[in-house]
Write a protein that binds this ligand. Structure first.
Ligand code: AP5
Length: 222
């Protein structure tokens, strides 16, 4: 019998390292990475009415309304790859109403990871962040510089990655995080995100491995 696939949520302030850790987690665990922010940016690029509307909120660092976000995430979770391989939900839910909607649709995570990072580090991470549009990799001018000139020349910056906008995004995060956490109290793992990305990953890796081992031993004793 194939064991139930792993279902993970990852949360944390803007630029706390969610996307970076998700790239490491998917490499090792083969989960399907579903990032609410990436889904919204794809919608903006498509030029749709929903995309245009979402951008207005994202530029102000506010949550995009549920009628745009909730169905988008639900549909992605229901696709066969997420169902078969397990999922890693990044940046969703961000409010109690989103968490409740997800629960009503029957999506319950095994683990809820919260990345905790000091505020000064967040601002530095945001302004130095760069993205490779070809590979989707996340870089940082100081902490994860591009490997060569060719990559360096094509890096892009996100429209909401300014010091001013990250402060607004951070406010939104502080307003909502506690209520979301209250729903996942028993399965929350708090991770110190101030360390290097490898050290942060090893904390997450330990938590996921422990969870899988525990689950297997319970299954084995049944
Ligand atoms: P979203 O795209 O989710 O942005 P965010 O939450 O602000 O998070 P980021 O993507 O900015 O950061 P991250 O934590 O992934 O960090 P990263 O790994 O890149 O959301 C954007 C907007 O969309 C929201 O403001 C909202 O408007 C809307 N939205 C999204 N979800 C929504 C929802 N559910 N409902 C409604 N609206 C929603 O790392 C950052 C930088 O730091 C990188 O340069 C990286 O290289 C570097 N770095 C990472 N780890 C380390 C480390 N350990 N040490 C040093 N540097 C590091």
């Amino acid at each position: 019998n194939k064991p139930e696939p792993l279902k993970v949520m990852i949360s944390g302030a803007p630029a706390s390292g969610k996307g970076t850790q998700c790239q490491l987690i998917t490499q090792k665990y083969g989960l399907v990475h579903i990032a609410a922010g990436d889904l919204l940016r794809a919608e903006i690029s498509s030029g749709s009415a929903n995309g245009n509307r979402a951008k207005e909120y994202m530029e102000k660092g506010q949550l995009v309304p549920n009628e745009i976000v909730v169905m988008m995430v639900k549909e992605r979770l229901l696709q066969s790859d997420s169902q078969e391989n397990g999922w890693l939900l990044d940046g969703y839910p961000r409010s109690l109403s989103q968490a409740t909607a997800l629960k009503e649709f029957g999506f319950q995570p095994d683990i809820f990871i919260l990345l905790e990072v000091a505020e000064d580090n967040l601002v530095e991470r945001v302004v130095g962040r760069r993205l490779d549009p070809v590979t989707g990799r996340i870089y940082h001018l100081k902490y994860s510089p591009p490997e060569n000139e060719e990559i360096a020349a094509r890096l892009t910056q996100r429209f909401d990655d300014t010091e001013e906008k990250v402060k607004l995004r951070l406010q939104t995060h502080h307003q909502n995080v506690e209520s979301v956490l209250s729903l996942y109290e028993g399965i929350t793992v708090k991770v110190n995100g101030n360390a290097s990305k490898e050290d942060v990953f090893s904390q997450i890796d330990n938590a996921l491995t422990n969870h899988i081992e525990q689950k297997n031993s319970t299954l084995g004793s049944m």
